[in-house]
Design a protein. Structure first.
Length: 255
């Protein structure tokens, strides 16, 4: 860890704690994507030192549109801690975030550890259950503006997640309709096919990317596979719900 990366990690961690935007590392220095992952690891380590626990990983840039927009051909990943979990059906205070958005996702529950380098064909059998989920993303940068390295350093904008009821693993997960509702009205409609063509691919990518950092996907961890539609702002006083075809729903009220 270089002094520069350590300083960036501290600044990003502090921005998240205070709920105040900060400037992008790319505005002040050259940051490679490898360095950005080191910053992410260090920033999350600060959370762990305060008593938070790692409970999984999230995938980002899993849709073709977002990859094209960022000029990348690989998804990114971030780390989830227990403090980010917003209990399903509970009320979340938007004031704890900077400019939160919410997007519908699919979550995997890992049953048996997936070690770095695990063959892709062994990965599906390591999953205990799947669930509809909501992810709250909150870039620590003003106006959600960032380069690829900036957003990787910022833990892929991870801020919160809501899990619906876990379901038995179905034989296929692609092409399921997904709705994102705000106060009962459809705000966005999409499909699980937007998640790397099939959410299982996203899980395989999560195992590969976390494995590259020497991190196994541990038993009991959650993997958020990626957004199935565009994200919408998390507005005070609303009820946000996602419904995933044949899988159920997940919801959160915004205080
Ligand atoms: O979960 C996501 O796909 C978001 C990744 C980070 C980019 C963003 O904040 O939009
Ligand atoms: Mg997401």
């Amino acid at each position: 860890m270089t002094a520069q990366n350590e300083r960036l990690a501290a600044r990003l961690d502090e921005a998240a704690r205070q709920g105040e935007a900060t400037w992008q590392p790319s505005e002040e220095c050259e940051l490679s994507v490898a360095d950005a992952y080191a910053v992410q690891e260090w920033a999350v380590a600060r959370r762990l030192k305060r008593g938070e626990r790692l409970v999984g990983v999230k995938m980002g840039f899993t849709s073709r549109q977002k990859m094209a927009q960022m000029g990348v051909d690989e998804a990114i990943w971030g780390r989830l801690t227990d403090a980010m979990l917003v209990p399903e059906g509970s009320r979340v205070a938007p004031a704890r975030y900077i400019h939160p958005r919410v997007e519908p996702e699919l979550a995997f529950l890992i049953e048996r550890e997936i070690p770095p380098g695990a063959p892709p064909e062994t990965i599906t059998s390591a999953v205990a259950a799947v669930a509809p989920a909501l992810e709250i993303i909150d870039s620590r940068y003003a106006d959600f503006r960032f380069t690829l390295a900036d957003v990787v350093a910022d833990n892929a904008s991870a801020a919160g997640f809501v899990l619906g009821a876990w379901q038995a693993v179905p034989s296929s997960l692609d092409c399921r309709g997904v709705l994102l509702e705000v106060d009962g009205r459809v705000a966005e409609a999409g499909s699980t096919a937007s998640i790397l063509g099939d959410p299982w691919r996203s899980l395989v990518a999560a195992a590969r990317l976390a494995g590259r950092a020497g991190l196994p996907l541990k038993a009991g961890w959650v993997v958020l596979a990626g957004g199935a539609t565009a994200a919408v702002p998390l507005r005070p006083g609303t009820l946000v719900r996602t419904v995933v075809e044949s899988l159920g729903s997940a919801s959160v009220a915004v205080a």
